[in-house]
Design a binder for this molecule. Structure first.
Ligand SMILES: C[S@@+](CC[C@H](N)C(=O)[O-])C[C@H]1O[C@@H](n2cnc3c(N)ncnc32)[C@H](O)[C@@H]1O
Length: 418
């Protein structure tokens, strides 16, 4: 297989990769090279169990393969689905855009989560655009709402997410996975319908260029996108020929917070669904009250030893909050690796992009831990490629620097065979 540095650089030739700036992805060229050199047949199926913004599923479609993309965050399904839109969706998108002004919304609800950042006029403008995208507001759950969306509607939602983010710039600190809330109402964003509509319209028009790309033509069902957990994949045994993915890293990134504005847009107002999504994601900073301690046999020697070291660490809350937080992460990871093995066909490959990190001064050698978990599940490591990664998520937490000088992390590509 052809393995290049997975890091995202500004070498993307096409437009779609730029549609949503997800800090967590590997590059489209990396995915393209892997898919093209994996010796796949036309009928082969590719899986990404942590599909994020849909790099794997997009490049699978571009290369003529069916794929399955799983992510537990419904926002990511919308973005990955948007990238599956083709030229045949342009007409529907244009006509919805033309109909924007005709849409009216009644008074917005006072418990709308968008009030976290916007004043009444802004919330009304956002809900007005949303009503133009989907006419109904009768969904009982966020998953029912997201499952009902066509690719064209996902393009319009993705533009809405991007539009909102242009107003939220001042609330996003240097760590792109965090978002602040204004302390007082006077600091909330004040934007009227005319301005919002014009900014939104130009973002959609820009995105339409990405749909006019010649090679981006495929049947609507080429990629199956699911809101589901990697710990319980909604697929039969021995089903996929290539798994290409990157798990949530052990860097205390809260993927729920990272997409809080988007979750606020799609949530069913008055329910706890934003919180439910946040709590369910691997790497969440929320922890359950009670959690069972594993044995080395269940978890692998390396994960077990790391967890024991964290538990015994002298720093504040290491043996309580942080231990539970990391235990939850490793339990999810271990279950996910055995699920990946279950759904792989014999001789299929699993290409896994992963990074090491630190807890205080303790090195978390995630690549070696995954190699061990893979071998416990029945996967043989065939190749390992290490790339130095200077701008790593490891360095985002300024406080952690007081524990150590090391600032380089390794982005590692592991290739397993079943
Ligand atoms: C490192 S990102 C994946 C990046 C992706 N390869 C891309 O190119 O955009 C990890 C993703 O895992 C998702 N995730 C977290 N916990 C999950 C779980 N239990 N099951 C499925 N997806 C999960 C997060 O929502 C996030 O999008």
């Amino acid at each position: 297989m052809l393995v290049i540095n997975p890091k995202r650089v500004n070498e993307e030739i096409e437009e779609k990769p730029y549609w949503y700036n997800y800090y967590a992805g590997y590059s489209h060229s990396f995915a393209k090279n892997i898919i093209e050199s994996a010796g796949l047949k036309e009928s082969s199926i590719i899986l990404d169990p942590w599909n994020g913004a849909g790099t794997t599923t997009l490049m699978s479609s571009v290369n003529g393969h069916n794929s399955v993309g799983v992510d537990l965050n419904p926002v990511m399904k919308i973005i990955a689905r948007a990238k599956q839109a083709t030229r045949s969706d342009v007409g529907v998108i244009e006509s919805k855009l033309l109909g924007l002004s005709a849409v009216r919304v009644q008074k917005v609800r006072s418990d709308d989560p968008l009030f976290m950042w916007f004043r009444d006029s802004g919330v009304t403008a956002i809900r007005r655009v949303e009503r133009a995208i989907i006419q109904s507001n009768k969904f009982i759950s966020v998953s029912a709402k997201v499952d009902s969306l066509e690719a064209s509607e996902c393009v319009l939602y993705t533009a809405l997410f991007n539009c909102i983010r242009t107003y939220l710039k001042d609330f996003i600190p240097s760590n792109p996975t965090w978002i602040k809330k204004p302390k007082i109402d006077a600091d909330k964003i004040d934007v009227g319908w005319k301005e919002f509509k014009s900014r939104y319209t130009s973002l959609v028009l820009e995105m339409l260029n990405g749909l006019r790309v010649e090679e981006h033509i495929w049947p609507a069902d080429r990629a199956l996108l699911k809101v589901a957990s990697s710990t319980s994949l909604p697929l039969p045994d021995d089903y996929v020929d290539l798994v290409l993915s990157s798990p949530p890293y052990c860097t205390r990134i809260d993927y729920g917070i990272a997409t809080l504005p988007e979750l606020a847009v799609i949530s069913i107002i008055g329910t706890s669904d934003i919180d439910d999504v946040r709590r369910s994601l691997m790497g969440t900073t929320t922890v359950p009250k009670k959690i069972d301690s594993p044995t080395a046999g269940e978890m692998g020697e390396l994960c077990f030893k790391f967890l024991e070291d964290v538990k015994a660490h002298s720093s504040k809350a290491s043996g309580t909050y942080y231990y539970k937080n990391l235990l939850q992460y490793f339990t999810g990871l271990s279950r996910s690796i055995s699920e990946i093995n279950r759904v792989m066909r014999p001789k299929a490959s699993f290409v896994c992009v992963v990074q090491d990190s630190f807890y205080k001064d303790l090195h978390c050698d995630l690549p070696s831990m995954i190699v061990e978990l893979g071998s416990m599940a029945g996967l043989r490591l065939d190749q390992r490629h290490d790339f130095e990664s200077k701008q790593s998520m490891v360095n985002l937490n300024a406080r952690s620097k007081s524990y150590r000088k090391v600032t380089t992390a390794y982005e590692c590509v592991l290739i397993f065979v079943k």
